[in-house]
Design a protein. Structure first.
Length: 215
């Protein structure tokens, strides 16, 4: 792995551009009215109970029913489709980009996603760990559990049916979990990140170095 990935180059890239760029798409059809402009600072959900909505980004009106859409992350508006102002737009239209400053934890997570084997969602569905795997995680801890090809690792809840999901990929331990049980994951979305046991020390070097070098 150390020969495959130039960690110095990756870290240099994050230093020169420590941001993620979040594409915003319309949630449904309607006539759009923007509430932010290019360069505006925006905030995500806040409050002790996450009860304060983020910055109002735009309003979609359909059949005289306005739908207000708020920001979910902090950052700066880096582009807005001003040409669409007041026009009818289709669902899924890209309308703006938010430039989000990455925190240390987000940088570590982003790097890990590059170096871990990603097991992805085979369907758009809700997922749960299989009963056997959940019991092993509770007994040994997430990173004390190894999996290999053919192991039943998840239950996929789809169309009111529970379907077993079997692991395909390189053997290793469950290093990272990206899904939330019972929350819908999109097709091909990463569910878990797997690390071969012999690569654990290298992964730890990555985490330690970012924590030490990143302000």
């Amino acid at each position: 792995m150390e020969q495959d990935i130039d960690f110095d180059e990756i870290l240099t890239q994050y230093r020169s551009d420590p941001f993620s760029y979040v594409d915003m798409h319309t949630i449904h059809t309607g006539r759009i009215r923007f509430k932010v402009r290019n360069g505006d600072v925006v905030e995500g959900i806040s409050g002790e109970w996450s009860h304060v909505p983020g910055t109002l980004l735009y309003v979609l009106e359909r059949e005289r029913n306005p739908k207000m859409v708020h920001c979910l992350t902090n950052g700066v508006i880096s582009s807005v489709r001003d040409d669409l102002e007041g026009h009818f737009v289709e669902a899924g239209e890209k309308i703006m980009v938010i430039k989000h400053p990455l925190k240390k934890r987000e940088i570590i997570d982003s790097i890990l996603r590059k170096v871990l084997f990603q097991f992805r969602a085979p369907e758009r569905a809700k997922y749960f760990f299989s009963l056997d795997l959940q019991a092993r995680i509770e007994k040994y801890g997430q990173r004390g559990v190894s999996i290999k090809n053919g192991d039943e690792i998840l239950t996929m809840s789809l169309m009111k049916r529970d379907i077993p999901v079997y692991y395909t990929g390189e053997p290793g331990i469950i290093h990272s979990v990206y899904f939330k049980p019972g929350v819908t994951a999109e097709l091909d979305e990463p569910l878990i990140g797997i690390c071969a046991k012999e690569k654990l020390s290298y992964i730890q070097k990555i985490i330690t170095r970012v924590k030490a070098e990143w302000e």
